[in-house]
Ligand binder design. Structure first.
Ligand code: FE
Ligand code: CA
Length: 519
């Protein structure tokens, strides 16, 4: 590892980033006045994300009173400094800069720090009004042409606040990881639920303030905050960041389409304000493009997808249903044409050893005929309701020669591992990918469904593993020989701290198709 340039370096580029010297500010020298001693300007903590070889996004939001509209801030613009260092004590500072926190962004900050060294850990903090934020840790990825021996990361999804505590994150911070991949349902939009282990602080969220406060409620959780401070995150959304099972511009419940698009615009805007994604990702009207790709050296490419914003409405009346003409229509899309083309082009161009699709809903075929008197029925919210779109992706995986495809999934609050076959209704056809479905951090999988799912597995020989009884995450240990997924499960989500264990591990050998369960 070479040496970094001097600690004087100031990152420029964004409009609001100015030279520290010209701003005439020092760090830690300002009188602690506005918020006083022990104030909670940084009550929501810090986060980082979208790591690349030379750049990473740093995030915070000024909100001394996070659960009220405005977060307890005056509408005035606030100047905030940041530092990036080589050590947790913040002694060897390699970047300093200043950004403006604007009321129109909920006083949130996303800074893209550039010019960092590839493949190394950094520490960072923010400073405003003489108050220091907590120190976060982050890292850059190896350069995409660089041979890399090993990668470790965790897959997380579905963290309904009301369903329990984040004991999973309390364990996750102790894992040896390069980053966290979150594939959505980061918040849930619904109102209070009677008898729930924790309660949200308001009814179903609709307005921008509602969404901001909901993110703040989640981000006040100390275990979630610690998990953000410990690793960079790569995130994408699913439905509950807006509305359960929405599809494109179609809401779950009958609602005026224009009103729903307003709601979606607020939800997307709050997402951008609260997630450590690149500041180049901004909402435009009711749209926001978040699909993107990350390369961890030449070892693994992560194609991070959005299967909500551009999809066709769930066919056949949604829910569990027989395949109707819409489910098999060529026009049915899960990603929209542009994202699908982007993905297929990326796969064709990929020279990376492992090629990951990081996405939301179950890609594998799941035939539930055992629950319908032997007549095939499918989950219409998953790729089973988008048969032609799935076939196009599978065809792309085969024809692109992208090596070792791996599909990572959330949404269904249960753990699954499955082989994806070239012809997904023919288990004798070639295996083209492996799919790991993470369980949920907290979100519920009703116990009464367990025997029902178990009854369907015999009709789905490509499904190697199912567990719906446990909450947790999946860790992946990846090198040039194998891809290993470990389904990690906490003992309880009814308390903030609970032990974790590995339920099962599955391996995909490089160049060899198909999952193998580890002893
Ligand atoms: Fe969920
Ligand atoms: Ca979902």
């Amino acid at each position: 590892m070479g040496t970094n340039d001097s600690g004087r370096a100031i990152v420029l580029g964004r409009r609001h980033v100015v030279r520290l010297a010209s701003a005439g500010l020092g760090f830690g020298l300002l009188p602690s006045t506005a918020w006083g001693q022990g104030s909670r300007l940084f009550a929501l903590g810090v986060a980082s994300g979208d790591p690349e070889d030379r750049a990473v996004t740093l995030w915070t939001r000024l909100a001394p009173d996070p659960l009220i509209p405005g977060g307890g801030m005056s509408p005035a613009t606030k100047s905030v400094c940041y530092e990036v260092a080589l050590d947790p004590a913040m002694q060897s500072v390699v970047r300093r800069g200043r950004v403006l926190a604007l009321a129109e962004h909920g006083h949130s900050i996303r800074v893209r720090v550039r010019g960092l060294e590839p493949d190394r850990w950094y520490w960072y903090r923010f400073i405003a009004d003489g108050e220091d934020s907590p120190v976060g840790r982050t890292r850059t990825f190896p350069h995409r042409h660089c041979a890399v021996d090993r990668l470790r990361f965790a897959l997380a999804s579905c963290q309904d606040f009301q369903n329990g505590f984040y004991s999973a994150y309390d364990n996750l911070v102790t894992e040896d990881l390069d980053f966290v991949l979150h594939v959505g349902d980061y918040i849930y939009e619904d109102g209070p639920r009677e008898g729930a282990p924790r309660q949200v602080n308001g009814p179903e969220i609709v307005s921008l303030d509602d969404y901001r406060i909901r993110y703040a409620l989640y981000r006040l959780d100390p275990s979630l905050q610690a998990a953000h401070a410990a690793f960079p995150w790569i995130v994408t959304w699913d439905d509950h960041e807006v509305d359960n099972n929405y599809a494109g511009s179609t809401p779950e419940d009958a609602q005026d389409p224009a009103a729903f698009l307003d709601r979606r615009a607020s939800a997307y805007r709050a997402y951008a304000e609260n997630m450590p994604i690149s500041p180049s990702i901004v909402s435009s009207g009711s749209s926001m493009t978040i699909h993107r790709r990350f390369d961890f050296g030449a070892l693994a490419a992560f194609h991070v997808l959005d299967t909500r914003q551009f999809r066709s409405d769930q066919p056949c009346g949604d829910g569990i249903a027989p395949l109707c003409p819409d489910a098999i229509a060529e026009t049915q899309t899960m990603t929209g044409a542009a994202q699908e083309q982007w993905l297929l082009e990326n796969l064709r161009a990929s020279k990376t050893l492992w090629n990951v699709l990081a996405q939301q809903v179950m890609f594998m075929r799941w035939d539930l005929r055992a629950l319908a008197g032997g007549f095939p029925v499918f989950n219409m919210d998953a790729w089973d309701g988008y048969q032609a779109a799935r076939a196009r992706i599978i065809e792309g995986l085969v024809s692109s020669n992208a090596s070792n495809p791996i599909i990572l999934t959330g949404d269904i609050h249960s753990a699954w591992a499955a082989n994806i076959h070239e012809n997904d209704s023919d288990p004798e056809s070639a295996i083209v990918a492996a799919e790991f479905v993470g369980t949920s951090i907290t979100s519920d999988f009703p116990v009464e469904f367990l025997p029902l799912v178990a009854a369907t597995l015999g009709d789905n020989p490509h499904i190697q593993f199912f567990d719906g009884a446990n909450r947790g995450y999946v860790t992946f240990d990846v090198d040039r020989e194998r891809w290993v997924g470990n389904f990690r499960a906490v003992q309880s989500i009814l308390e903030p701290v609970s032990p974790i264990r590995t339920l099962a591990s599955f391996t995909v050998e490089e160049g060899v198709s198909g999952l193998v369960r580890s002893p």
